[in-house]
Design a protein around this ligand. Structure first.
Ligand code: HEC
Ligand code: HEC
Length: 188
């Protein structure tokens, strides 16, 4: 497991950090455009629905990447595909600049469950950041809704959402591990 983790980590880091820097995006234009998002993702990107992700303080490169993935169909979700289809690259950059500049959410987690996820969470921090704040195309997990995190981990595990590193990692996680990790990161 350790060597798998290490080789995943190093091969991933080689590709992930040679990505383009964030372009000169326009936060004000993003805020204007965000009117069509807040009905689901919440005011200032803090979602009130436990199954729908908060976007506040999410990494801008990750947000753009996911919007492109919904648009191309690489990440499948009927609601988001319909929305992303109508966004230009410029809209995506501006929306990402706006949401990433908002204050992070803090989710409500079961404290006992969250505590039980702490030990295994260390294997996630090499990629997701020591405070789970994310970096570049690696998403922030801290403060995200546990219900949403759990669903995405199950999507990776079941192959519904494609990502080399996450599919390999979730293959080794049990249902109990997934619930504990989701509670742990939501409470961070
Ligand atoms: C009708 C509800 C709805 C609206 C409106 C909506 N979204 Fe979403 N969005 C969702 C749902 C549900 C998901 C989770 C999809 C999944 O399960 O993969 C999501 C996921 C996302 C993600 C991926 C987040 C992550 O952590 O991976 C991004 C980015 C996103 N939406 C951006 C936007 C933007 C920008 C807008 C406005 C232009 C918007 N959404 C409007 C429902 C919505
Ligand atoms: C080798 C690097 C790496 C490691 C280690 C890693 N991840 Fe990830 N993770 C990623 C990448 C890359 C993505 C983005 C995938 C994509 O673009 O769809 C991601 C996405 C996610 C998402 C989706 C977030 C969202 O907003 O939709 C969750 C949840 C997640 N990881 C949880 C974890 C957990 C829990 C662990 C530890 C058990 C972990 N990750 C370990 C690289 C990693």
């Amino acid at each position: 497991m350790l060597s798998l983790k290490q080789s995943l980590l190093s091969s991933f880091l080689l590709t992930a950090f040679f990505t383009l820097p964030a372009s000169a995006a326009d936060i004000a234009a993003g805020e204007l455009k965000s009117g069509s998002c807040v009905g689901c993702h919440g005011q200032k990107g803090i979602s009130g629905n436990a199954q729908w992700p908060s976007l506040a303080a999410q990494q801008p490169a990750y947000l753009v990447n996911q919007l492109k993935a919904f648009k191309s169909g690489n990440r499948s979700n009927t609601m988001m595909q319909a929305i992303a289809t109508n966004l230009s690259n410029e809209d995506m950059d501006n929306l990402a600049a706006y949401f990433s500049s908002q204050k992070p959410a803090r989710a409500i987690s079961d404290p006992t469950l969250a505590k039980s996820g702490e030990a295994s969470a260390s294997m996630c921090l090499g990629c997701h950041g020591l405070s789970a704040e994310g970096k570049g195309q690696l998403p922030r997990l801290a403060g995200q809704h546990p219900g949403y995190l759990e669903q995405q981990l199950n999507n990776f595990k079941g192959g519904l959402r494609k990502s080399g590193p996450m599919q390999a990692i979730t293959a080794n996680l049990s249902e109990t591990d997934i619930k504990a990790l989701a509670a742990y990161f939501g409470a961070r």
